[in-house]
Design a protein around this ligand. Structure first.
Ligand SMILES: Cc1cc2nc3c(=O)[nH]c(=O)nc-3n(C[C@H](O)[C@H](O)[C@H](O)COP(=O)(O)OP(=O)(O)OC[C@H]3O[C@@H](n4cnc5c(N)ncnc54)[C@H](O)[C@@H]3O)c2cc1C
Length: 307
């Protein structure tokens, strides 16, 4: 059991890890440092105290700094979060390992993933869904497709087995990048992974009836679950019932002064909350959220850290 699990190893997540570790919270960061947007920066010249640094050097320094104060770091992608009750969360990663935590900080950065598939928007809620936990039960015994090529798509497909055995993963023009462990489970559970051309269109008037591929060929399905890329802040928010805002409802609504979301025990910081996409802003929100988490978990009204 961890006190705090942080999803995301960018400036927001690692600042929070530094504070939480220093306050002796048992803290785990799950994320991939090299996937942080800051890691992609050629040069960062507007972070106070560091006149000029390359993105990769900056992020490696951030990681070492956070670890110095005791935070653990695992280079893993989070696929799923479950809220079991008060101060009780289960987090599942791409290796199907599960971790328990009393509090969760979502600091997973920007996560836009517009599919570009025609008719997606009008068919959302009419056969096109983004969340198995939320909508799986509407598709009992139906013939379903999961669109995606990653571990996240595999996990969504496995979760669908609760409702139907008729599941196909369509790669949507990409090569599959699913971990051997997950690949084995998919095989055992007879979920078909089909490397397809890009899907150009969803068909159906009142509700989805089929997908149309780039070459004009069609394939019938009763429902589609979108799982492009990896799980984003918006996906976690949907699963946990957190309010979202902004274009495509991609941002988590949180209080910037303390990172609190509308779900007790879940906090958010950084680019995933919208606003200025800057390392300083993300770091600041990570600090605010961590201080609130320390107060909430220790049951103290004030946190002072200048001893
Ligand atoms: C090219 C470029 C140049 C930039 N230059 C500057 C600059 O000069 N100055 C500046 O201040 N800002 C700059 N930025 C913006 C800055 O990088 C971001 O604002 C900052 O990185 C946001 O921090 P974050 O911690 O919120 O998210 P990120 O740094 O993007 O980190 C997100 C983290 O979440 C993890 N994650 C995502 N999904 C999952 C999942 N499902 N499971 C586990 N982990 C997950 C990722 O692996 C990553 O570790 C630049 C951005 C880019 C792209």
């Amino acid at each position: 059991m961890y006190d705090l699990i942080i999803i995301g190893a960018g400036p927001a997540g690692l600042t929070a890890a530094l504070y939480a570790g220093r306050a002796d919270l048992k803290t785990l960061v799950l994320g991939i440092v090299t996937n942080s947007n800051a890691h992609k920066a050629h040069l960062i010249e507007n972070y106070l105290g560091i006149e000029s640094i390359s993105g990769p050097d900056y992020m490696m320094r951030c990681l070492e700094h956070a670890k110095k104060f005791g935070a653990e770091y695992l280079e893993r992608e989070v696929l799923d979060i479950k809220h079991n009750g008060e101060q009780d969360f289960t987090i599942v990663d791409s290796e199907r390992d599960a971790y328990k935590a009393r509090a969760v900080l979502i600091a997973s950065g920007l996560g836009f993933k517009p599919s570009g598939i025609k008719n997606e928007q009008p068919l959302i809620g009419r056969g096109v869904s983004f969340c198995v936990t939320c909508d799986g039960a509407f598709f009992k015994g139906k013939n379903l497709a999961v669109i995606g090529s990653s571990n996240y798509a595999a996990d969504e497909a496995l979760q669908l087995l609760t409702y139907t055995p008729h599941i196909t993963i369509l790669s949507h023009g990409k090569k599959f990048e699913i971990s051997p462990k997950l690949e084995k489970v998919l095989k055992e559970r007879e979920i078909a992974c089909v490397e397809t051309q890009k899907i150009s269109k969803f068909l159906g008037e009142e509700k989805l009836s089929a997908v149309e591929y780039a070459d004009g060929e069609m394939q019938e399905f009763d429902g589609i679950f979108m799982a492009l890329g990896h799980a984003t802040a918006a996906d976690f928010a949907t699963k946990l019932g957190i309010e979202r805002t902004g274009p495509q409802k991609a941002y988590i609504v949180s209080n910037p002064l303390n990172g609190k979301t509308n779900v007790p025990g879940v906090y958010a910081a950084g680019d995933c909350t919208g606003g200025n996409a800057q390392a300083s802003k993300s770091s600041g929100e990570g600090c605010n959220a961590a201080i609130q988490i320390i107060k909430d978990l220790k049951g103290i009204a004030a946190f002072v850290d200048y001893s």
